[in-house]
Design a protein around this ligand. Structure first.
Ligand SMILES: NC(=O)c1ccc[n+]([C@@H]2O[C@H](COP(=O)([O-])OP(=O)(O)OC[C@H]3O[C@@H](n4cnc5c(N)ncnc54)[C@H](O)[C@@H]3O)[C@@H](O)[C@H]2O)c1
Length: 323
């Protein structure tokens, strides 16, 4: 099958491209390298069935000459914690609009990268796909990201109803692993691992009691493969995460990573960053997926425990940073 991937030089995009090529698909990967890296696609760029297109997906002409059965739309702005909300809202909308228009024109299916952040402050975990999406005030810019993804989901479903495009929406829960961005953009694992290598203070936002459930990227990718290859995924939303019993606090994650890097009897140096330093900010206190739908539809089981995934990630990061 021919598949277009937006954000192919990014973290999930590069891992997915590699997996799809291994499975015999051909991949057209588009990225403007705003957050992705050439390094991430260096190996697959030589593959005869991979074509890389450098360009901005907010430009409607970029896709003009490319056609595919499926478009996996991963390119995105993320939580505006350190940046502005307007960019998140504007770019996520512009990109999605172009991709949806393209899907209508070419009769392609869209696979959309949504996020666990859409569940927002809903205190009732684990989150099921039909759970309420509970966001805070619009004066708190961190919710711009979840809003853009909720809008995206509604926009896709409305276009399905109006124009019949097929879709699958994956709500990703904290994916991590090789090729994740080594700045704050890449999530807590990448920063914590680097600090643990250097025996420097790990920054904890708030008191670190907020919990997450993280997914090793190979598990995220294997769910995406089902969305691409299995028609049972058509016109459905799936929590795309790991086992709910792997819920861990951010403080617990810092401790675990430090021990895996520096030895089991060591304890991390920590620096607590008050939420107030992000301006008007709200965090999600618990984030746990119910993945029973993914299991029921595809027999999906996450293959990697948190510790196994972290060990592989640490190994990759050690190599990349020469530590
Ligand atoms: N990684 C996670 O844990 C996670 C969790 C929830 C949701 N998601 C969603 O999954 C998707 C992929 O996430 P990721 O972690 O791989 O992010 P990433 O930033 O590593 O990858 C996204 C890629 O899109 C590219 N891009 C951004 N804007 C572009 C534009 N206008 N034109 C062309 N390319 C552009 C970036 O350069 C980057 O390479 C995103 O939509 C994200 O919101 C990820």
């Amino acid at each position: 099958m021919k598949i277009i991937i937006t954000g192919a030089a990014g973290f999930i995009g590069s891992n997915l491209s590699k997996k799809l090529l291994e499975r015999g698909h051909s991949v057209i990967g588009i990225d403007n390298l705003s957050y992705g890296l050439e390094r991430n696609i260096e190996e697959i760029r030589k593959h005869p069935d991979f074509e890389f297109v450098f360009g901005d997906i907010a430009n409607p002409l970029i896709l003009k000459d490319f056609h595919s059965a499926v478009i996996v739309h991963l390119a995105s702005q993320k939580i505006p914690r350190y940046t502005n909300a307007l960019r998140t809202l504007d770019e996520n909308y512009l990109m999605l609009r172009n991709i949806v228009q393209k899907c209508i024109l070419d009769k392609s299916k869209i696979i959309f990268a949504s996020t666990s952040d859409v569940y927002g402050k809903n205190p009732h975990v684990p989150f099921h796909e039909e759970s309420d999406l509970v966001l805070g005030s619009t004066t708190i810019k961190r919710w711009a990201y979840a809003s853009s993804k909720i809008y995206g989901e509604q926009y896709i479903i409305a276009n399905h109803e109006e124009y019949g495009i097929k879709y699958t929406i994956g709500r990703f829960f904290g994916s991590y692993g090789p090729n994740h961005n080594l700045t704050w953009w890449g999530g807590p694992q990448s920063g914590f691992i680097t600090k643990a290598f250097d025996q420097e203070e790990i920054e904890i936002h708030g008191d670190g009691s907020q919990t997450r459930t993280f997914t090793y990227v190979e598990d995220t990718v294997s769910a995406l493969v089902h969305f691409i290859e299995d028609p049972k995924s058509d016109n459905e939303i799936f929590n795309t995460g790991s086992n709910p019993h792997e819920e861990i606090s951010i403080l617990g994650l810092a401790e675990l990573i430090w021990k895996l890097v520096n030895g089991k009897d060591t304890y991390p140096k920590l620096k607590y960053i008050p939420y107030a330093s992000f301006g008007k900010y709200e965090d999600v206190m618990r984030r746990v997926p119910d993945i029973s739908k993914l299991k029921k539809y595809f027999g999906f089981e996450p293959k990697y425990s948190l510790e196994e995934g972290l060990l592989k990630t640490i190994e990759w990061q050690r190599k990349i940073l020469g530590k």
